[in-house]
Design a protein around this ligand. Structure first.
Ligand SMILES: C=C(O[C@H]1C=CC=C(C(=O)O)[C@@H]1O)C(=O)O
Length: 444
């Protein structure tokens, strides 16, 4: 585990690093901002983000944006969630917080993104210098530093530049090879090795100048208002799947599995939605995912509601079978494992991104998928000092890394494979799931 805590101030990304482990208390202040007017005249939160150090968690106008780094931790391996949780508990215990708003997301918060697998990969929790939040018409501003710091003036940021020289290339496994991997998984499922496995692939985009991530973020926020648009440490996307949300003891999880592409024709799509809702292959795939979430949440909850049948969630590119699981976490349960991050750790990887049985599926993914998922399909979101927060599954996402004078952007998509899955249909499904980020980068 490595930690850093830069010096005070509110300039995005500025500050010298304190030595690892420095126990400097954070000074946190949240104040209300002017309410959002009815006429949609105020800028969306995504427009406030500076170019460097932007952190994002937004859905339909609500959510959090942040920038700068007040403190950060990196963790890795099988204990990545526990180590991050311990660091957060120590950080919040010595923070001095004055929160004049007192809503979900005000006060001290950290944004986080966790690796899919135990190995390889690193995970991170970042405490920003500045957070701006919105819930309905309510807005607030939080500053976080190592001393009392002034309130920054908020203004709409400069217009991000479009990706320069954007081009796409194959990922780690080409399309023919990926179809063969899917066929191999189907044979193993039909041979009785396991019931379901989720197999993913990547596509690589390159740019000639460093990608300004605010370009795709602004487009994702606009095109996918019912998804959670996120950005943490180079991983960005718009996920429709909520692994776990905890607010004052109420826990919710939106489970997705089972997909059909949309055609754009309303009448045909209504017919396809009906087909999806009746498809025994998709219902089976969905049931494994719901079971995995319900079984993982159950030990933490005093009561739970797991609907018997899914509904069809309509997104601009695809439709999914969806189930909203809810539960109540009693006050007296072990705090360390029932924070939103502790719950995310128990739920990950659900059968929406791993498979059934989980250990067999994750071994098979490592054996045949042929790529490193990094933080794709891992939990991404935020948490507050009380352990409330929201952790989505990092789907419909991409990882940006610098390369030469430009950037490499790896886009990811995965598909649930069960007995009877067809490799051609799964490839087409993965292409539909790559569409949101492709289009947000400017590629039609
Ligand atoms: C693994 C992904 O989607 C999951 C979530 C919804 C539907 C899925 C499916 O139908 O296969 C996947 O389980 C992805 O988008 O990369």
């Amino acid at each position: 585990m490595s930690t850093r805590a830069p010096s005070p101030g509110v300039a995005p990304g500025a500050g010298d690093a304190f030595p690892a482990g420095t126990a400097v208390p954070l000074v946190v202040r949240t104040v209300p901002l002017e309410p959002v007017p009815d006429d949609a005249s105020s800028a969306p939160l995504v427009d406030l983000l500076p170019r460097d150090g932007a952190l994002t968690w937004l859905r339909g106008g609500d959510g959090l944006v942040g920038w700068g780094t007040a403190a950060v931790v990196s963790t890795a391996g099988a204990d990545r969630f526990r180590d991050a949780e311990e660091w957060w508990a120590a950080t919040t215990a010595r923070a001095v917080v004055r929160d004049e708003v007192g809503v979900h997301g005000s006060g001290l918060v950290a944004f986080g993104s966790f690796a899919f697998a135990d190995e390889p990969g690193t995970s991170t929790l970042v405490v920003p210098r500045v957070v701006v939040g919105q819930r309905g018409r309510q807005r607030w501003l939080t500053t976080i530093g190592h001393d009392s710091i002034g309130m920054p003036g908020l203004r709409v940021a400069d217009e991000p530049a479009a990706p320069d020289g954007l081009r796409f290339d194959r990922g780690a496994v080409d399309e023919d090879a990926w179809r063969a991997v899917v066929a191999d998984a189907v044979a193993r499922i039909e041979g009785g090795e396991l019931d379901k496995v989720v197999l993913a692939r990547d596509v690589v985009a390159r740019t000639d100048a460093p990608l300004d991530v605010r370009w795709p973020l602004r487009r994702l926020v606009e095109a996918y208002p019912t998804c959670w648009t996120f950005h943490v440490d180079g991983l960005f996307g718009a996920t429709p799947e909520m692994l776990v949300r905890r607010e004052r003891g109420l826990v919710t999880s939106r489970v997705l599995a089972g997909t059909i592409s949309r055609t754009g024709d309303e009448v045909r799509d209504a017919g396809l939605a009906g087909e999806l809702a009746r498809s025994s292959k998709d219902l089976e795939e969905h049931e494994y995912a719901v079971r995995s979430v319900a079984d993982a949440l159950e030990p933490h909850c005093s009561s739970m509601n797991v609907p018997e049948s899914p509904f069809v969630l309509h997104l601009p590119n695809v439709m999914h079978l969806a189930t909203d699981v809810t539960g109540v976490v009693p006050d007296d349960v072990d705090h360390a494992t029932s924070t939103s991050l502790g719950l995310a750790a128990s739920l990950h990887p659900s059968a929406a991104v791993g498979g059934t049985p989980t250990p067999v599926a994750t071994r098979l993914i490592a054996e045949i998928e042929g790529m490193d998922r990094g933080r794709y399909a891992g939990p991404v979101g935020w948490m507050d000092a009380a352990g409330d927060g929201e952790w989505g599954i990092a789907l419909r996402s991409a990882q940006v890394v610098p390369e030469g004078d430009g950037s490499v952007v790896r886009l990811f998509a995965g598909c649930g494979i069960v007995a009877g899955s067809d490799p051609d249909a799964e490839l087409a499904e993965s292409q539909a799931k790559l569409q949101p980020v492709r289009q947000a980068l400017g590629h039609r």
